[in-house]
Structures are given as structure tokens and as C-alpha cells.
Design a protein around this ligand. Structure first.
Ligand SMILES: [Zn+2]
Length: 279
């Protein structure tokens, strides 16, 4: 996969000359496997796939001169709070958490494709279920207690967020990632190496959605959470378990983030936000 054109690499200096910094968060880790798919040929864990994709994203961003920090670079446990705390500490311009989806019924026709989330309250049941799963770290006992989820602090953060410029920028970020990723992965069928790996299909575009993901709570910068496909969907799994598929995804995510940063504060950003639909 070709890297970005030079024009994007030159977007590196940020506001007031501060170097651009991105924090990429590979979901789960250590004893927290995330979702796991197992068949006769072996087992695939969400924590491993998210790390591999994140490393590729970081490599591409760095090659564009954008400083990139991973919340974990190994198979270790990191709490949800530590992840955004790190992003705040290094004053990141963007925080992206990467995850893999799953569904109770493997290969259900509707359970396929990429979706990108921003932090907000939702009434959509499937988004609520997903957020519930992603919010669990090491089982239900470490879930945020119900009282806390209903606590006015959380309500206040969400209220602030709605008034905050970060919400618009998070939307623009999520739309950019979703659009770029869907477009890039649709080209997999044309890539001979990916074809050889059995990746010959276009994943479904599930759109940009909103849900209450604890990992995004408290981020002081535009943030999004990517569900990079369903581990128990054959097509999606083929993409993320092939090095070619992951490379293509990593490059696309990096390209979307670089473009997001490049357009920040320009009229083009307003235009792209106007096109951005959140389900
Ligand atoms: Zn996850």
C-alpha cells in the first residue's frame, strides 16, 4: 500500500507550532481478551488483532511525521481510565480506540463490516449492547456500577461534550475514518496479494454511530472508537487476520487521521462535517 502523498506529510505542524500527536489505543490486552473466535483451525482474540492494526497505524502516521503513541505496545492490561489519561497527558490531538466486533450468531447477514463510534448517549439497542460489552474489563464484576453510569457526573460530562467543539471534531474524525476505511477495504478484491489470502469481498459500511463507551469518557481531544469488523464473520475475519488486510486498514486509518488534522480549522472541515451523518 502506497504511503500518503507529500502534501499530507507536510501537514505535520499543529496549532501554534505544537507538533501533532496522535494516541492510538489497541482495545483490551493481557487477561482481557475482548471477543474471541475459535474454530478447528485455531483461536483469534480481539486483543491481538487490535494491537496488530494499531502498530500499523502508528507506523504509517510516524512515516508522515506525526508523533504517535500507543496506549499499549504489548499484550498487557491497561485500564480504560489509563488509556485516555495517557492521551490527555501527552496532549494528543486525536485519540482513537480500536476494537473488533462480534455477534451471538456467527455469520448473521447483518453482522458484517466496519462501524465507527463517537461518545454520546444512545437509545439504539445494538449500540447499547456493544458499549456494554466494550465497557466490561475482565468480566461483569469490573463494570462501571449502574449508579455511576447514571451518576450526574457522567450526565454532566455528556452535557459538556455536546456543547464542546470536540463533539463536532469527533464526528468529523469518525466520518473520515469510516469513509476512508470502507473505501480502502473495498479495493481488497483488486489486490492480488489479498486475493491470494482469500480476501475478495467488500465489507458492509455500518456507518458512524454514537454510544456511551467509557474508554472515550474524559478524553480532552477529539476521539472515536473503531469497530474494525466482526471477528465471527468469515469475510471480516479474513481481512483482519491477513497481513495484507491489516496493512491496508492501518494505512487507511492513518490517512484518515492525517487528513482530519490537515483540514482542522479550514472551510473544508466545515464542508466535510456537513456531509457527516451520525446514525
Ligand atoms: Zn473491544
Amino acid at each position: 500500500m502506497a504511503l500518503l502523498p507529500v502534501a499530507l506529510a507536510q501537514a505535520a505542524p499543529g496549532v501554534a507550532g505544537k507538533p501533532l500527536r496522535v494516541v492510538i489505543d489497541p482495545g483490551h490486552g493481557g487477561a482481557d481478551y475482548g471477543t474471541v473466535y475459535q474454530d478447528r483451525t485455531g483461536r483469534v482474540a480481539e486483543k491481538d488483532i487490535t494491537l496488530r492494526i494499531a502498530i500499523r497505524v502508528a507506523r504509517h502516521l510516524k512515516s508522515m511525521g506525526i508523533s504517535t503513541v500507543l496506549t499499549r505496545s504489548q499484550d498487557v492490561e491497561v485500564s480504560l481510565q489509563q488509556r485516555t489519561a495517557l492521551a490527555n497527558r501527552v496532549q494528543a490531538d486525536v485519540f482513537l480506540s480500536i476494537h473488533m466486533n462480534s455477534t451471538p450468531q456467527p455469520d448473521a447477514p447483518e453482522a458484517e463490516g466496519v462501524e465507527t463510534f463517537i461518545l454520546n448517549n444512545t437509545t439504539d439497542e445494538s449500540s447499547k449492547r456493544l458499549a456494554h460489552f466494550e465497557n466490561m474489563v475482565l468480566g461483569p464484576s469490573s463494570e462501571m456500577p449502574k449508579e455511576l453510569a447514571e451518576n450526574t457526573d457522567v450526565a454532566l460530562i455528556l452535557k459538556d461534550l455536546r456543547l464542546d467543539a470536540n463533539l463536532s471534531e469527533s464526528k468529523r474524525l469518525a466520518c473520515g475514518i469510516q469513509e476512508t476505511l470502507v473505501r480502502a477495504t473495498s479495493r481488497l478484491s483488486l489486490a492480488p496479494t489479498a486475493k491470494k489470502a482469500g480476501v475478495v469481498v467488500r465489507p458492509r459500511d455500518r456507518g458512524v454511530k454514537q454510544a456511551l463507551f467509557y474508554v472515550l469518557l474524559g478524553a480532552d481531544m477529539p476521539s472515536a472508537l473503531l469497530e474494525a469488523g466482526f471477528l465471527n464473520n468469515t469475510r471480516d475475519r479474513r481481512i483482519v487476520t491477513s497481513p495484507e488486510g491489516r496493512e491496508l486498514m492501518g494505512a487507511a486509518i492513518a490517512r484518515a487521521i492525517a487528513q482530519h488534522l490537515k483540514l482542522r480549522g479550514t472551510p473544508a472541515a466545515t464542508t466535510s462535517l456537513g456531509r457527516c451523518k451520525v446514525i
